[in-house]
Write a protein that binds this ligand. Structure first.
Ligand code: ATP
Ligand code: MG
Length: 493
C-alpha cells in the first residue's frame, strides 16, 4: 500500500534525458506502479506525476543465472528505475496545467502528499453533490462523483462477470438515495431488492467510514412475476388502455399490417361490448374468426397472457416513479423478449413524461444493458436507449448502464456516457471498446485494467478530470448478487 511510504523520504532522482511530459528516475525507496509522486518545478511549484512503469535492471547474465542453478555464489548488481508521467499542477485560476520547461536531472522526486494530490487532481471531499464511491488507491482521500454530472451526462459501469459492477452500482444507488435523487432501476436478475436490508459489517484493511444501513423506507420494488418475487408489488399493464399497435409492439410480430388490422377489429368489437376486457377475450374473438392467418397472432397473445402482465387496472407511472424514491423494476423470471418489450414501454413513458415535466428529473439505471441496447441487431428497446442517451440530458433523465460486455453495447449509447467506472476487464474486444471511449486513458492505465483486483475500479468523469484508481467502499446495504458457492465448506448432503 502506498501510504506506507513516508512522504518526506525521497522516492528517487531524475536522470537521463528529461521531458516535460515524461521523465525517468533512479528509485531510492519503495515505489509502486501508478503511485503519485511530486516534483518541485522552478516556475510551477509542486507538480504531480504518476509512476507509469518500474523496472529493476540487473547485471545477471544467462551464464551467471546458470551458475546459481549449480549452487555457486554469484554477485548481482541491480538498479531500479521508474518512468514518471507528468500530470501537472493547478494554476492560480484552478486550471490543470503542465510545466512548459523540463525538470532538471539530479532533482529529487518525492512520494506525493495527500493535500498536493487533492489539489492537483481537483478532488473535493464531503461535497453537497458528491457520491462517495471509495478511497483513492493507497491514500485516505475520498473519491466523490458529482451527482449532477452523473445525471446530466450519463454513466457506464463496465467489468467482466464477477468484477463487482452490481456491488459498486449499489454504492452509487445508496449515494443517490441519500441525496434524494429519484431513481428507477431495471433489474433483470432481482439483485437490488436486498438493498432494503442492512449489510453485514465487513472486515476491511482500510477504514472507509461506512456503517451498515438498510433503505427499506426509500425503496419501492415492483416485479413482473410477483409469484417468484413475493416481497415486490405486481407490475401490471392495463390492456384496455393500449391500442392495437401498442399490443402488437409487445409481441414479436413487427410491422405486420395484416395482423394489426385483425387485432384492431377484435379490439373494436370488444370495446363496443364491454369496458374492461382481457387478453383471453381478445383471443376468443380472433379464434371465432377461424382464419388461418390469425394463428401466429393468437400464439403471440397466448404467450403474453401466460406472462400475466395485464390486469384490469395497470400500474400507473405515478405509482412507479415517486419523487425522491428509488424504484426497482424486478424482471426476474420474465422471458428476455418480454423484458425488452416491458423495458421499452417503461423507458418510452419516462422519456415522454420527463419532456413535459410530469415526472421528476431522475436517473434510469439499467443492469445487463447489452441486452436492452445491443451493438448488433435490434431489440424492442434499442431505439429508446439511443434517444435517452442522446437527448436525456436536455430533459433531466440520466442513464446509468451496467454491462459485462462493453463491446456488445450500442456504441451510440456507450459513447454518450461521460462518467466511466471500469473494474477488471480481460476480454480484448471489451478492452478495445473501453480504450476507445475513455478520454485521458494512458497506455499504462489501460494495461492496468486487466489486472485490477476485485474491489478496485478506475473512474473518470463526474467531475474527475483524469482516470483515477479507486478502492471501492463497502456497502451499507446488503448486496444481492453474491457469487454462489458450488461446494459449500460444510457439505451436509
Ligand atoms: N468492492 C467490493 N468489496 C467486497 N466484495 C466485493 C466488492 N465488489 C464485488 N465484491 C464481491 O464480488 C462478487 C461479485 O460482485 P458483483 O455481483 O458486483 O459482480 P458483477 O460484476 O455484477 O457480476 P455479474 O456480471 O455476474 O453480474 C460478489 O460476491 C461481491 O460480494
Ligand atoms: Mg451483476
Amino acid at each position: 500500500m502506498f501510504s506506507e511510504c513516508l512522504s518526506d523520504e525521497a522516492a528517487g532522482i531524475i536522470y537521463g534525458d528529461v521531458g516535460t511530459a515524461v521523465l525517468n528516475i533512479s528509485v531510492l525507496s519503495k515505489l509502486q506502479k501508478l503511485e503519485y509522486v511530486q516534483i518541485e518545478h522552478e516556475e510551477a511549484g509542486w507538480v504531480i506525476g504518476q509512476v507509469a512503469d518500474i523496472q529493476r535492471k540487473t547485471d545477471l547474465s544467462l551464464e551467471k543465472a546458470r551458475m546459481i542453478g549449480q549452487r555457486q555464489e554469484v554477485d548481482i548488481h541491480e538498479k531500479t528505475t521508474a518512468k514518471i508521467e507528468i500530470i501537472g499542477y493547478r494554476d492560480e485560476r484552478g486550471l490543470l496545467q503542465t510545466p512548459r520547461t523540463p525538470f532538471r536531472a539530479g532533482q529529487y522526486v518525492y512520494h506525493a502528499e495527500d493535500e498536493i494530490i487533492k489539489k492537483s487532481l481537483g478532488l473535493r471531499e464531503h461535497t453537497k453533490t458528491g457520491a462517495y464511491i471509495g478511497l483513492l488507491y493507497g491514500h485516505d482521500i475520498r473519491v466523490e462523483l458529482d451527482i449532477n454530472s452523473l445525471v446530466q451526462k450519463h454513466v457506464s459501469i463496465l467489468a467482466k462477470t464477477g468484477g463487482g459492477k452490481s456491488f459498486l452500482c449499489g454504492d452509487l444507488l445508496e449515494e443517490l438515495i441519500k441525496h434524494n435523487v429519484t431513481v428507477l432501476v431495471l433489474d433483470p436478475h432481482g439483485e437490488y431488492g436486498s438493498m432494503k436490508e442492512a449489510g453485514s459489517v465487513l472486515e476491511t484493511s482500510r477504514d472507509f467510514h461506512v456503517e451498515p444501513h438498510g433503505y427499506a423506507d426509500r425503496i419501492i420494488e415492483f416485479a413482473t412475476d410477483p409469484v417468484s418475487n413475493p416481497d415486490a408489488l405486481p407490475l401490471k399493464f392495463t390492456l384496455s388502455n393500449l391500442e392495437a399497435n401498442d399490443i402488437l409492439s409487445l409481441t414479436n410480430i413487427k410491422n405486420s399490417k395484416m395482423h394489426l388490422s385483425f387485432l384492431k377489429k377484435a379490439i373494436d368489437a370488444l370495446r363496443n361490448s364491454k369496458q374492461d376486457y382481457s387478453l383471453k377475450d381478445v383471443i376468443s374473438v380472433l379464434e371465432r374468426e377461424d382464419d388461418m392467418n390469425n394463428y401466429a397472432l393468437i400464439c403471440e397473445l397466448q404467450y403474453l397472457d401466460d406472462a400475466k402482465i395485464f390486469a384490469p387496472s395497470g400500474t400507473k407511472i405515478s405509482e412507479l416513479v415517486k419523487k425522491n424514491m428509488t424504484t426497482i423494476v424486478n424482471l426476474k423470471g420474465t422471458p428476455p423478449e418480454l423484458s425488452e418489450l416491458i423495458v421499452n414501454r417503461i423507458c418510452t413513458a419516462l422519456f415522454e413524461l420527463r419532456k413535459v415535466n410530469a415526472v421528476p428529473p431522475m436517473m434510469l439505471v439499467v443492469e445487463e444493458a447489452h441486452n436492452f441496447c445491443p451493438q448488433q441487431g435490434t431489440v424492442a428497446s434499442s431505439k429508446i436507449f439511443r434517444t435517452i442517451a442522446a437527448e436525456g440530458r436536455k430533459f433531466g433523465l440520466g442513464l446509468a448502464i451496467i454491462s459485462q460486455r462493453a463491446a456488445k453495447i450500442d456504441k451510440n449509447v456507450l459513447s454518450q456516457c461521460n462518467t466511466q467506472i471500469i473494474l477488471k476487464v480481460t476480454n480484448p474486444n471489451d478492452l478495445k471498446a473501453i480504450s476507445g471511449s475513455v478520454e485521458g486513458l494512458t497506455a499504462s492505465m489501460a494495461d492496468e485494467i486487466q489486472r485490477l483486483p476485485i474491489g478496485v475500479a478506475m473512474c473518470v468523469g463526474g467531475g474527475i478530470q483524469m482516470p483515477l484508481i479507486v478502492e471501492v467502499r463497502p456497502r451499507e446495504s446488503r448486496h444481492g448478487g453474491e457469487s454462489v458457492t458450488v461446494i459449500p465448506d460444510e457439505c451436509d448432503y
